[in-house]
Design a protein around this ligand. Structure first.
Ligand code: FAD
Length: 486
């Protein structure tokens, strides 16, 4: 998949196929643009890949429904331009070569994917095409810079974010942020042979609460979210850390599934002069950073980036684990965070850091358990960012939080949810509890528990861990692991 981008405006193919994956939009799309310039006739396809779908733990999955809406909208947009999508359901590594053969396609165009499993799938597809004389073109589209584009002066991948970001910004030219003017070349699109979009039920999935939650889907949804965020971007820096406040963009599922272009977002934040916009651009750079970590260090999947922390001792106590998953730890900010992810499929970034740190350093549960839980529940689940975030919190990762910096869940709560507004939204048991107790309700005297209608240990759990004791044990264990070395 590391074939170079095509520059020449020559129609070298009669028929080409664009294979959409996590790039579900019709504008500013690298593979689509290059295909339209390189071929006289261009088909478009998307495959609901059973290799991915069959592995999902539930038949009610908001991600599948999110993709389904995005695919339907993409199909309709392409039809408006004279094309449309062939929507397949099966093993993509078999279905795509079969479709290419049926349509008499000479070349397949796709945007690069960086996850080990998808790279393996793409390599298999590329091999099967090579055998039948097809050409496979892969393009950078998900990131601003990928693979080896941003390296240290010695030519090595960066493992610390700030120098990576500085090198990233130094390399950035307006060219890297230009959009691909797909619409100018749309005349090459051809309508697909008859066939219809499978229903969710035909894919083996049931409808979820996605619409009820008000999740904006498809490119039109992404546009609405971005328009709203643009009006708030200048205040991003001050507001982004407070979960009760509308601070971040909420664009993560759209970046995950490519319903909006990363070039467009980076261009607009780069052009804006405010501190808020610059800070937001940094978050987009974090995204590129973790993609390149995954590319250069695929061992991070399932293993500590820093090998000396591979064998930190964990208790993996099942009861504590279940309490964390269900938002019953007795620490309100952690419980509110876990109830947010369970109820909505989203968790605020500050809360992801707090909940992850608490699981690993207060409950002594292996970070890989938490990583899996987030992977199963987040609408925006992205292997590179999720793994990076968990290894950051567990202090095992690339440029991670040092192991001796351990979040105190009570002071984090006091600082980032000072009025307890977010806690009360997700932990209604504590709705009437005054702010001075809401971050640590076990400190409330019995008389006040009675007065506010919440008995700790009955209506709301007593804390399942003692932070100070847990902290000491964490320090000992990490120190021991560091002493043992890789
Ligand atoms: C333990 C943990 C797990 C995480 N898992 C994921 C995940 O599976 N998918 C995911 O997209 N992000 C993940 N993040 C990063 C971050 O929490 C989310 O990107 C962010 O909360 C999404 O909300 P937003 O779109 O409103 O963010 P905004 O603040 O508006 O940020 C804009 C975009 O920048 C990117 N971004 C922001 N922060 C990060 C970051 N730290 N690392 C990489 N990209 C970032 C995202 O694409 C995000 O949509 C994780 C962080 C932690 C600590």
């Amino acid at each position: 998949m590391q074939t170079p981008d095509i520059d020449a405006d020559e129609r070298r193919y009669d028929v080409a196929l664009v294979w959409f994956r996590r790039d579900l939009r019709a504008d500013d799309h690298a593979a689509l643009y290059h295909a339209l310039r390189a071929a006289r006739r261009v088909y478009c396809a998307f495959c609901f890949d059973t290799e991915i779908l069959d592995a999902l733990p539930s038949r009610e999955d908001r991600r599948v429904e999110f993709i389904w809406h995005a695919v339907a909208e993409l199909d309709s947009t392409l039809r408006g331009r004279g094309g449309g999508l062939v929507v397949l359901h099966g093993r993509a590594r078999d279905e795509i070569p079969r479709l290419a053969a049926t349509l008499g396609v000479q070349a397949v165009f796709a945007n690069r994917d960086y996850e080990p499993a998808t790279r393996d799938r793409d390599a298999a597809v590329a091999r099967s095409r090579a055998r039948s004389g097809l050409t496979f073109h892969g393009f950078k589209d998900q990131t601003i810079f990928d693979t080896d584009e941003v390296l240290t002066q010695a030519g090595a991948p960066f493992s610390v974010f700030t120098p990576y970001k500085n090198a990233w910004l130094k390399k950035l030219e307006p060219f890297h942020l230009e959009s691909y003017p797909v619409a100018d070349h749309a005349r090459a699109l051809v309508a697909p042979p008859a066939g219809s979009m499978p229903s969710l039920a035909a894919l083996g999935f049931r409808e979820t609460d996605l619409r009820g939650l008000g999740v904006a889907t498809g490119s039109s949804g992404a546009e609405r979210l971005f328009a709203d965020f643009r009006s708030r971007i200048d205040a991003y820096r001050e507001r982004r850390d407070f979960p009760a406040v509308k601070g971040p963009s909420y664009l993560s599922p759209h970046l995950r599934f490519g319903t909006i272009s990363i070039r467009r977002l980076a261009r607009e934040s780069w052009a804006a002069a405010s501190e808020g916009a610059r800070t937001w651009l940094s978050e987009l750079v974090w995204r590129d950073f973790y993609f390149q970590v995954l590319h250069h260090h695929p061992h991070v999947v399932g293993h500590a980036f820093r090998r000396e922390y591979e064998h930190v001792e964990f208790d993996n106590d099942e009861a504590k684990w279940r309490a964390w998953c269900e938002g019953r730890t007795g620490y309100p900010i952690v419980d509110a965070a876990m109830r947010q992810i369970n109820r909505t499929g989203y968790m605020h970034n500050r809360l992801r850091m707090i909940a992850a740190s608490f699981l690993v350093k207060d409950l002594h549960v292996d970070w890989r358990w938490g990583e899996r839980y987030f992977a199963d529940h987040l609408l925006d689940f992205d292997l590179a960012a999720n793994n990076g975030g968990w290894q950051w919190a567990a202090s095992t990762g690339c440029d991670a939080q040092p192991y001796f910096r351990i979040f105190n869940p009570v002071t984090q709560s006091q600082r980032f949810d000072p009025d307890g507004k977010f806690i009360r939204r997700y932990v209604p048991e504590l709705a009437a509890v005054p702010t001075k107790y809401v971050h640590a309700p076990w400190t409330m005297p019995l008389a006040e528990q009675q007065a506010y209608g919440v008995a700790i240990g009955r209506d709301y759990p007593a804390p399942i861990a003692d932070h100070d004791r847990a902290r000491k044990l964490t320090l000992e264990r990490y120190k021991r692991a560091a002493g043992r070395g890789a």
